[in-house]
Ligand binder design. Sequence first.
Ligand code: ZN
Ligand code: ZN
Length: 466
Amino acid sequence: MAIDWKKEAEARKDDFLKDLFMLLKIDSVRDDSKASNDAPVGPGPKEALEAFLALGEKDGFITKSTGNIAGHIEYGEGDETMGVLAHVDVVPPGNGWDTDPFEPVIKDGKIYARGSSDDKGPGMAAYYAIKMIKEMNLPISKRIRFIIGTDEESGWQCMDHYLSVEEEPDFGFSPDANFPIINGEKGNVSLYVNTKGTNKGGQNTLISFDAGLRENMVPRDAVAVFTSEEADVIEKAFYDYVESAPISGTVSIDGDQVTIEVVGKSAHGMEPRGGVNGGTYLATFLSNFSFGGDAQNYIQLIAEYIHEDSRANKLSLDFVDEVMGDLTMNAGVFTFTPEDGGMVALNFRYPRGMNVESMEIQLDSKLAEYGATISRGGVKEPHYVPADDPMVKTLLDVYAKHTGLEAHEQSIGGGTYGRLLKRGVAYGAMFPDSVDTMHQANEFMAVDDLMKAMAIYAEAIYELLK
Ligand code: ZN
Ligand code: ZN
């Protein structure tokens, strides 16, 4: 008997929305200031994990929390284990929301809330797919674990811990990107450009420069505070600059102290072209004026080498792989004070064929003239599962059957949990015509897309567990 997956999904829509709203209402931004042994990345992510596990238990699954930072919901038995890996932490909401980011509302068929598309909505759809298979009592020969992480948006501590105490699933996917599939993920590394904080000798003295909330987001807001001998000139020039740039902003003057605030547009750091970097626009404006010492260098290097150059051409780091695409660079966090000096976090997504050592050497050789030094964050190597892998084929077939659309392999710059498994990919939940609002203000996900995804997930998981 053929199963009508869409109908089965539709029958669960009300429950699905109720459970999803419950999860979206939890502010699960990582908060290190409230972290403890009991809640390693803060109370919000832990609360979201516990809420999801409680749901699994209520629905009759075996559940397990590992160190209050990750956990799983398990179903079925067999020699092989499939993993479905989702995360319940979210990036900070930032400014610019029309509604409360943690009070989900449905407008025009779309759920507006932080996490609606990244990744609570797709995660809940995948969970419901497993629940559907269980409720229909379908015959399966493998075990499945729905694995929940709470630190995906920052350091991936969750999965480091999980995989150190639990077995690695044999194959699986993460519902945290796009359909048809993401079987290639670029490497990911942050390289930090550091300068000292000297500041003497210019007509302006920089007190602070700040932009960006996370290395993996394009900064929307940027603020510079400085003392100036030419405040009026700068104020006028700034409003001229705003006229010709895709930003807004304000200048306030208090005696000889000037504060400039720039508002750009945030976006996911894996494709900086989707946003407008408030930090680089502000530095580029300031580079027209004279600052002293390292402050001048800091501003100048941003303007000359980082502004509006997501492919890092000016740093001579541009690189393309035929299957995996372009190297991209996002300047995600900026800080400068005279005491601590300057820092720009450059988050790179790089395809196979490029390596971190040569990127570091290249950055160093370009930026040494500004007295800058380079330091390195954690490295995730590029990941690729071949297009002829049987799991990849199954996932593509089910997608094509449900949508009538062409199914083809794809690579992205965003690291998803898919890369944690040797045979791991990302699969949905955005469709080719979905609007990508991940990490942005007014993040949303269409209810219909989630329902379609649920049906696809259910059939695909069933095919893979048979
Ligand atoms: Zn995500
Ligand atoms: Zn994300």
